[in-house]
Design a protein around this ligand. Structure first.
Ligand code: ADP
Ligand code: MG
Length: 269
């Protein structure tokens, strides 16, 4: 199916929101695991110097010899930078704090906004036979995030169900518009996913109502509930889908993966 719908290689999705702590990394890891359960081959690119996606997927610091930094700025053999995770079919390009200096190193590079785009589209990538690439963005609209948006087909926005959640969105949408004008005119919004949702909390209901009123179809039907198993899983270096496979969080990420696969199949049809 993936071959028919994506003849041009993997679907590349940037998971972005300039606010920290809204569930970007959690979504990148667990959506990836959900897609893998559905038979997809998925690469997570850790584009955050904090390296939380790398840690959450079981990549020890000692094993991060080559990272996203090298992927962006050096001509590196993909086999040494794309690592297997404990989940079969799920791969990662890890990151370390070294990436925090990349922003500066990028500025002097004339292709600065296109480095990730070019790295992910080199022909050597075909050997990995990927269906999806999920980019875990840093909590900022810096040059790294712009690289992700230039590289991606679409942006997936985790929206934490809390006060002011929607206010940050306008700035994000502005950046998406700028990227469309400056180098990736076809950039789409994959969708907005409500995270840390608590249906007993009026605020969650209010954020959901506002989001659905203002953004309509862009908001996924799936809501990711606040679930302690989700927050425990990274310390066991596993996606919640493996850590507690029947938890509410695991089920929600499975449902999100299904929605995304369906949406992409529908678009391709
Ligand atoms: P970001 O990458 O946007 O900074 P994270 O994915 O790291 O955000 O999430 C921030 C914190 O919230 C983490 O400690 C994470 O474990 C926790 N968290 C994220 N999603 C959930 C959830 N659905 N239920 C409970 N805790 C969550
Ligand atoms: Mg993060």
């Amino acid at each position: 199916m993936s071959d028919l719908s994506r003849p041009q290689g993997p679907k590349i999705i940037a998971v972005a929101n300039q606010k920290g702590g809204v569930g970007k990394t959690t979504t990148a890891i667990n959506l990836a695991a959900g897609l893998v359960e559905l038979g997809q081959r998925v690469l997570v690119v850790d584009l955050d110097p904090q390296g939380n996606a790398s840690t959450g997927l079981g990549i020890e610091l000692d094993d991060r010899e080559f990272t996203t930094y090298e992927l962006l700025l050096e001509d590196i053999d993909l086999k040494s930078v794309i690592l297997e995770t404990p989940i079969e079919g799920l791969m990662i390009v890890p990151s370390t704090v070294d990436l925090s200096s990349a922003d500066l190193d990028l500025i002097s590079n004339e292709k600065r906004s296109f480095l990730l785009h070019d790295a992910l589209r080199q022909t050597a990538m075909d050997a990995f036979n990927l269906d999806f690439i999920l980019i875990d963005c840093p909590p900022s609209l810096n040059l790294l995030t712009v690289n992700a948006m230039i590289a991606a087909h679409s942006v997936l926005v985790p929206l934490q169900s809390e006060f002011f959640a929607l206010e940050g969105l306008s700035q994000l949408m502005l950046t998406i518009r700028e990227v469309r004008q400056s180098g990736n005119k076809d950039l789409r919004i994959e969708g907005i996913v409500l995270t840390m949702y608590d249906k007993r909390n009026n605020l969650s209901l209010q954020v959901e109502q506002d989001a659905r009123e203002n953004l309509g179809e862009l908001v996924f039907q799936t809501r990711i509930p606040r679930n302690v198993r989700v927050s425990e899983a990274p310390s066991f270096a596993l996606p919640v889908l493996s850590y507690d496979t029947q938890s509410k969080g695991a089920q929600a990420y499975r449902s999100l993966a299904m929605e995304i696969l369906n949406r992409n199949a529908a678009k391709a049809a």
